[in-house]
Write a new protein. Structure first.
Length: 254
C-alpha cells in the first residue's frame, strides 16, 4: 500500500507516539510506502529518500492510483507557501515551498493533480532563483528538529528543500548528504552552493550548511543565518568563537 501527503505538512516520528521526537516531515505531495501499522500509527518509508518513521493514521491518505503519478513532479517555488483550491469543492489548500505538484490532465499551467483530485493554484509564477538566492529566502526561519519549512527547519531539512526546489534530490540527514557529490579538497577551492559538513568530538557528521563563498555560510542553527567560516569551522558573529568544526566540503552541482 502507498500513501500520499494531502496536508500541507505531516510530522514523521521516531516511534509510534505523539510524544516521540519528530525526525522529519512529509510535505504536500510526498509519496510513501506503508510498511506496517500499529494501532493508530503507520510505519512508512518515503519514496524520494527512503526515510522511515511513524505517522498518525488520521494523517494518512491512501494513494489509490500510483501509476498516475509522474516521477518528475513540478516543485512549488512560491515562498513560503502558495494557495491552491480543490476544483470539486473549492476547498483551500496551502502548498509549502518545496512541495510536489503532479501534472494535471489539462494543459493549464496553474492546475495540478493530487491522486484523484485536481487543484487550481492561485499563482505559480514566482521566478526561479539561483540556489544561493533560494537559500537566502529562509533567513530567520526558526530551527526545528525534523522541520522542512520556513515555519521551522533543521540543518539538513534546509539543504534538502533548497536543493529540491532546483530539482536536485538530497538524502534527509547530514551524514547521508555527506556521501553525495564530489569532495572539494580545500575551502579556498569551494564555490557558491557547495555543501559544508561538520562533525562532533566523536567524528560523526552532525551539521551541514550551504557555502555562499569561501568565507561565508548559510545554515540552520537556532535560526537560518549567515555566518563566517574558515578552515577550522563556523565562527559565531557575537563572540568570534567556533560553533561547528569543519569536516569536509562536497560539490553537488558540477
Amino acid at each position: 500500500m502507498y500513501g500520499i501527503c494531502k496536508l500541507s505538512m505531516v510530522p514523521v516520528r521516531a516511534e509510534a507516539s505523539s510524544k516521540s521526537e519528530m525526525t522529519t516531515q512529509l510535505l504536500f505531495g510526498d509519496i510513501y510506502q506503508v510498511l506496517s501499522q500499529n494501532d493508530d500509527w503507520i510505519f512508512i518509508e518515503t519514496l524520494s529518500d527512503k526515510y522511515t518513521g511513524w505517522i498518525n493514521h488520521l494523517q494518512h491518505f491512501e494513494l489509490k492510483n500510483i501509476s498516475s503519478i509522474n516521477e518528475k513532479a513540478e516543485v512549488s517555488v512560491s515562498f513560503p507557501f502558495q494557495t491552491a483550491f480543490k476544483k470539486s469543492t473549492q476547498q483551500r489548500q496551502l502548498i509549502p515551498f518545496g512541495a510536489s505538484m503532479y501534472s494535471s490532465s489539462t494543459n493549464a499551467s496553474n492546475t495540478f493533480r493530487m491522486d484523484e483530485d485536481e487543484f487550481e493554484t492561485e499563482s505559480n509564477n514566482q521566478n526561479k532563483l539561483d540556489l544561493v538566492s533560494t537559500a537566502k529566502l529562509f533567513l530567520t526561519s526558526p530551527y526545528l528538529w525534523g522541520g522542512k519549512s520556513a515555519m521551522g527547519i533543521d540543518c539538513s531539512g534546509f539543504t534538502q528543500v533548497v536543493f529540491k526546489s532546483h530539482n536536485i534530490q538530497l538524502q534527509r540527514d547530514a551524514w547521508q548528504q555527506a556521501q553525495q557529490g564530489e569532495v572539494v579538497d580545500f575551502l579556498s577551492l569551494s564555490l557558491p552552493g557547495d555543501l559544508a559538513f561538520f562533525d562532533n568530538d566523536e567524528g560523526k557528521i552532525t551539521h551541514v550548511g550551504i557555502l555562499l563563498n569561501n568565507a561565508e555560510i548559510i545554515h540552520a542553527s537556532g535560526q537560518v543565518k549567515i555566518e563566517k567560516i574558515d578552515n577550522y569551522g563556523i565562527i559565531l558573529m557575537d563572540n568570534n568563537q567556533y560553533s561547528h568544526k569543519l569536516r569536509l566540503i562536497r560539490r553537488i552541482i558540477k
